[in-house]
Design a protein around this ligand. Structure first.
Ligand code: PEP
Ligand code: MG
Length: 319
């Protein structure tokens, strides 16, 4: 498969009946930011910051992070850059984090759980993100949130960092949008409590699938059970979208399923506002969206929610 740049360039994808959907990119660093734009992204829906933290003996400094976030934001301007705070778990060697030896790293100390306990590390990242947000379209996103309390705690630290910067006269965007990844089933169930705390939600269907299906996505024996086409997963997407919209906030999907052209009609039918996909998939995803009629895919989504398995959903889509 040779990836093709989007035939409609960086324009928004618009359904046949005139509904616009933003298609943004998942990236890992400065290297693929330009690639995302070249492929027609309207910004970045998930900058995974893990790469900055891996394969080194000491954590990245504030200056190092600031330079990278600023460089990416400059490339994307005026499109948004969504920076996800670090999500490293016990499956990765990180000498300065003392992560070794977890029996179940995917049920372990990662994402926001770790950040809230490693205050220095977390605040350094928040300072770098805030500083880069001055004059730039940067959004902040927290991974692996399971409860409202975690969001409040993370926001409290953000407020402290903002105050410190303000006291020092250092510039930042005081209104930086804050969102959370919805990738733990508890966060879906509690979405009505979570949504009022944030400016956007982004469904991480990779983790959500593994947690809903209780199937480790890295264990070859069971990974296929963690399928985003499972009606159990799709029902959680539907529930999250409904609650997000009731609270007046946008809901994105940044898991792998958003890059799957068979899944796109279902996700749009479920009301998802934004798809964050791998840069090479942008053109195809936009093309699929351009051929959809909202009313039709809403019906399709309703039908799919009543099927019994991922296979049934796929067979139905292939019609
Ligand atoms: C996800 O879980 O769907 C996600 C986007 O996060 P990651 O794959 O980085 O865990
Ligand atoms: Mg995840």
């Amino acid at each position: 498969l040779i990836p093709q740049p989007s035939p409609i360039g960086d324009q928004k994808a618009i359904t046949e009946d005139g509904h616009s959907i933003s298609v943004v990119a998942n990236i890992l660093g400065v290297g693929d930011a330009q690639l995302a734009i070249d492929f027609g992204a309207q910004g970045v829906g998930n900058l995974r910051t893990e790469l900055l933290y891996l394969e080194r003996l000491t954590p990245p400094t504030e200056e190092e992070q600031f330079n990278i976030y600023r460089a990416i934001a400059d490339i994307l301007n005026p499109y948004p850059l969504t920076i996800r705070t670090v999500d490293i778990g016990g499956d990765k060697p990180v000498p300065y984090l003392n992560l070794e030896g977890e029996k179940n790293p995917f049920l372990g100390w990662r994402g926001i759980r770790q950040s809230l306990e490693c205050e220095d590390l977390f605040k350094t990242q928040l300072r770098a993100i805030l500083r880069a947000s001055e004059g730039n379209n940067i959004r902040l996103m927290f991974p692996m949130v399971a409860s409202v309390g975690e969001i409040r705690a993370a926001k409290a630290m953000l407020t402290e960092v903002k105050q410190e910067l303000q006291e020092k006269g250092i510039g930042f965007n005081p209104k930086i949008p804050v969102g959370v990844m919805i990738e733990i089933p508890a966060a879906v169930i509690m979405a009505d409590k979570i949504a009022p705390e944030v400016d956007f939600l982004s469904l991480g269907t990779n983790d959500l699938s593994q947690y809903i299906m209780a199937a480790d996505r890295t264990n070859a024996k069971v990974a296929k059970l963690a399928d985003g086409f499972e009606p159990a997963v799709l029902r959680m997407v539907a529930q999250t979208v409904k609650i997000g919209h009731k609270e007046g906030i946008k809901v994105s999907v940044c898991g792998q399923i958003a890059s799957n052209s068979q899944a796109v009609p279902i996700l749009i039918g479920l009301g998802v506002d934004e798809l964050s996909v791998n840069p090479p998939s942008i053109g195809k995803v936009k093309e699929v969206i351009s051929g959809l009629k909202l009313e039709e895919v809403q019906k399709l989504a309703d039908q799919v929610l009543n099927l019994e398995s991922a296979q049934e959903v796929k067979d139905f889509i292939n019609g």
